[in-house]
Design a protein around this ligand. Structure first.
Ligand SMILES: CC(C)(COP(=O)(O)OP(=O)(O)OC[C@H]1O[C@@H](n2cnc3c(N)ncnc32)[C@H](O)[C@@H]1OP(=O)(O)O)[C@@H](O)C(=O)NCCC(=O)NCCS
Length: 174
């Protein structure tokens, strides 16, 4: 019998598992522009930073960490404070089975409940799964930064997606 999937807030104890998932993408893909994989200590500090005003969720099944999704500020300047940047990474073995949708949807609901009014995601091209995920969850493609990164000896383009959260009116506290 397959154990139930749990999506929950991360704790510092998840830092090692998140670091292990992320290391693959740092080292072997352009999904992230980092070039040196952060260790568990650094990951714990990123989890705490995200949870200060946003969130870091993990998906777990049968005691195994299968993926994580987190939100953070889109930009630091004050007027951006209702906009967040969101990201999601799954263990390579857990891709293509609906978990990305489950985790990202949970994260977006959390961002909305925290008062965020716009979610933004950047996708280094090509990344069919991530583009499809954003479109499937109602993100609008808003443009592509060309040759904005240099990784694995090539210039990389990044497509941006955004999705409104909550209504069109003013934000919760002006
Ligand atoms: C991107 C990622 C989070 C997507 O999660 P996933 O569990 O693989 O995707 P899902 O199974 O939830 O699929 C979401 C949607 O995308 C589609 N999709 C998934 N993989 C696809 C692929 N390789 N090609 C085309 N479409 C794909 C699915 O059909 C689904 O659409 P639907 O719900 O309308 O049927 C996951 O593949 C991943 O971790 N990739 C590596 C890290 C990464 O690129 N993160 C994003 C950084 S921007």
């Amino acid at each position: 019998m397959t154990a139930e999937l749990t999506v929950r807030d991360a704790t510092a104890l998840d830092a090692g598992g998140c670091a292990a998932i992320y290391a693959h993408y740092v080292e072997h893909t352009t999904a992230t522009f980092e070039e040196v994989a952060p260790d568990a200590v650094e990951m714990a500090s990123r989890i705490a930073a995200a949870q200060d005003r946003h969130a870091w969720l993990v998906a777990e099944q049968d005691g195994a960490l299968l993926g994580y999704a987190y939100g953070g500020p889109f930009k630091a300047r004050a007027a951006y404070r209702y906009s967040c940047e969101v990201s999601v990474y799954l263990d390579v073995t857990a891709r293509g089975a609906g978990l990305g949708r489950t985790l990202y949807a949970a994260l977006l609901a959390r961002m909305e409940s925290l008062g965020m009014r716009m979610a933004c995601g950047g996708v280094t091209l090509p990344n069919e799964a991530s583009e499809a995920l954003h479109l499937a969850l109602g993100f609008e493609p808003v443009g592509t930064y060309r040759r904005i990164g240099w990784k694995h000896a090539q210039w990389r383009d990044v497509a941006w997606f955004q999705k409104p959260l909550g209504g069109d009116g003013p934000p919760p506290s002006g």
